[in-house]
Design a protein around this ligand. Structure first.
Ligand code: IPM
Ligand code: MN
Length: 368
């Protein structure tokens, strides 16, 4: 029997509640598919920080390196100053474990939950590949004359050829692999004549960020031309991208972008797929420890009320199985989530689902 060691970090707020449901679903799924997951719990987050004044001990980072995957609930506590836990736990793990991809699928499971008029599930089915180790997130920059009227704050976007290139390659490969190798429906006859079967859109801002996105744009074209000729290359400025997410989401299949733009457009993506209740993501190191999370945050006001939607965490579990190579088991979870979403829940929003948090977990588990 295949077995995997998984680190579990429920974290703050509603994190532990949704992770509990994800594990409930993982347990029935792995049983059915003859897989074993061995969980080790890590008590990290705001409560621990308030008690110990330490967000993430170095020794824990070293221990986490030994796991192929981490299942994370949420990080963020109302009594801790913004930035401390985010930088101290979430970003630190993304950086130190070199999870250089932030993978965020945007898929509409039921048209009832789409805020866009007349859009169907087949119109909203794309993936954002967000660079996860560089850009504005490295902390490069600083203050000059802080606290004086002459104060200067500089925040620099770091883009290395190596970092950009590995992200682009991952995105090109994903574009090739998606849709089981079948040509993507959005391609024009002209593209298919050129032998192109998939599409990758680079989202940037080449008209203003003429250093950072010049590098991205050159690397995108060079790598595409050299190694991914069958992938149609498309480019969109980030502002236009947000417009098209709303107007023509069917234009997208795989989108690749930098850390900051990826952060912003994936919240919009989460909304068009039905909200934070269903949006999951993976922080991926293709050769190391990856970390999977619902992207919605800790939602402190809903803590322990049994009203939070666990589907996003369940989908994070699905992404984790897929990363581990357990494709069939992952697909079974997705199928069950689609069924529950289409046939059972009234809404994907906290408190309006028509079921409690644990009932949703039960529904998905029994569908499996
Ligand atoms: C996300 C979050 C984080 C980010 C925050 C909590 C640091 O918004 O995962 O998208 O900005 O990356
Ligand atoms: Mn975000």
């Amino acid at each position: 029997m295949k077995s995997y060691n998984i680190a579990v970090m429920g974290g703050d707020g509603t994190g532990p509640e949704v992770v509990r449901e994800a594990i409930k679903v993982l347990d029935v799924t792995t049983k059915k598919f003859g897989i074993k997951l061995n969980y080790t719990n890590y008590d990290l987050g705001g409560e621990r920080y308030l008690k110990t004044n330490e967000a993430l001990p170095d020794s824990v980072v070293e221990e986490l390196r030994k796991f192929p995957a981490i299942l994370l609930g949420a990080i963020g506590h109302p009594d801790v100053k913004p930035g401390i836990l985010e930088k101290g736990i979430l970003l630190r793990l993304r950086f130190e474990l070199e999870q250089y991809i932030n993978l965020r699928p945007v898929k509409l499971y039921d048209e009832r939950f789409c805020p866009l008029k007349d859009k169907q599930p087949e119109d909203i089915d794309f993936v954002v590949v967000r660079e996860n180790n560089e850009g504005l997130y490295t902390g490069s920059g600083g203050f000059v004359f802080k606290g004086t009227p002459n104060e200067i704050a500089i925040q620099e976007s770091v883009n290395t050829r190596r970092g950009v290139e590995r992200c682009l390659r991952y995105a090109f490969e994903l574009a090739q692999k998606r849709r089981g190798g079948k040509p993507w429906k959005g391609l024009k006859p002209d593209d298919t004549k050129k032998g192109q079967a998939s599409q990758l859109t680079l989202c940037g801002k080449t008209n203003v960020l003429t250093y950072a996105f010049d590098l991205w744009f050159r690397a995108f074209n060079e790598i595409g031309e050299k190694d991914f000729k069958n992938v149609k290359r498309d480019y969109a400025h980030v502002d236009a991208t947000t417009m098209w997410f709303v107007k023509n989401p069917e234009w997208f299949d795989v989108i690749v972008t930098d850390n900051m733009f990826g952060d912003i457009i994936t919240d919009l993506g989460a909304m068009v797929q039905g909200g934070m209740g269903i949006a999951a993501g993976g922080n991926i190191n293709p050769k190391g420890t990856s970390m999977f999370e619902p992207i919605g945050g800790s939602a402190p006001k809903y803590t322990n009320l049994g009203v939070i939607n666990p589907l996003a965490a369940i989908c994070a579990g699905q992404m984790m199985l897929d990363f581990l190579g357990e494709t069939e088991a992952a697909q079974a979870i997705e199928k069950a989530v689609i069924g529950v979403t289409r046939e059972k829940v009234k809404s994907l929003a906290a408190g309006k689902m028509g079921y409690t948090t644990s009932q949703i977990g039960d529904l998905v588990a029994s569908a499996i």
